[in-house]
Write a protein that binds this ligand. Sequence first.
Ligand code: HEM
Length: 373
Amino acid sequence: MSLLYLPNVDPIPLPAPVWLFKVLHIATLMLHFVAVQLILGGLTLATVWNLFGKSGSPMAGASDSVVKKLPTVMTYVINFGVPPLLFSQVLYGQTLYTSSVVIGFYWILVIFLLIAGYYLLYRAGDRADAGRSWWWMGLVSLVLLAYVARIYATNMTLMLHPERWLALYVESGGFGGVMPKVDPTTLPRFLFMTVGALGFGGIAAALLGQYFTHTDDVKRFLTRTGSLLGAVFLAVQMLCGYWVYAAQPAVVKEGFWNSPIGYYGAILWAVFSVAALASIAAGGLIKGSLSRLLVSVAGLAAVLMTAGAVLARDAIRDLSLLAVGFDVWNRTVVANWSVVGIFLVLFVAALVLIAVLLVAVNRSMKEVKNQNA
Ligand code: HEM
């Protein structure tokens, strides 16, 4: 019956197999989710530390150190967001385009929220450089960026419910300015990404303490407090993850464990969440080079944990859409391998370039710091 609500499939066949688009989508979305957790988690921690840290204290020093990195992180949030958006529009265009139009006002609002949030990050970094407090700018930026997350969580839920589109469209007079009524799955997936992001943020703070030049006090604060908060909020994220699963309709829950992507994704997520939690907790308690090793292991585990979450999320989406008559695998494919080959070469080259860029930025930041010292 729900097929009635779905727009016709694009008559142009897919230029590459569905599995290839899926692999690319999952790989790039994992990078986007890592960056999203870093920006939301890092900004929350830095803002709170800036609010409560007295001038000259390790807490204030740590907050300044974190906020100065955030504009760079933001470039990765955006640039790692574009590729999965393109891949998901190829695979799920019938539903994702439609739900985006149905809440079009909010979907376009994202651009303005991003510009304002990004601007405030730069201004906060400037104030940190000048030794001035900036927490209120961080707070406004955080609210704007968290609202972007809310719009994403809402749209990614709405795209799974074609039966809700028409009523919403009519209600908003075609303007796209009415948010859908609360769905039981939206809050847990929003909290998983936002509150859960503090786990990743804590690990990143500890890594910052271990790998960047700071005074001993600031280094200790970043490592200890970052590790403690990282461990606590990784546990909170695990609870949110279970809540995301528990809030799904019965048909999705039943199919989830029979879907290899869901099954292995959930196991990967659970195993590496526990590994990240254990190593960051131990890294915060132990001193010396072992602490640096454990914090690094936690960082790697957190990336793999995110990969698991992205896989499990993918299974949940496909099962939800299957229940309303949309099968993502059911597409006409006319593979154009020469174009696919060129794309893959450019894609890998771009990833290598990004890595080179990161190393170069890191090196130049250290040089500037040494010159100023
Ligand atoms: C600070 C800015 C941003 C934040 C906080 C953010 C946050 C999020 C969150 C929380 C989700 C998961 C939603 C859910 O499934 O419940 C998400 C998904 C996504 N975001 Fe972002 N995002 C940001 C910017 C962007 C930008 C600029 C783009 C692209 C231009 C982008 C592309 C995507 C895509 C493609 C997905 C998932 C699509 C899919 O499911 O296939 N994001 N984002």
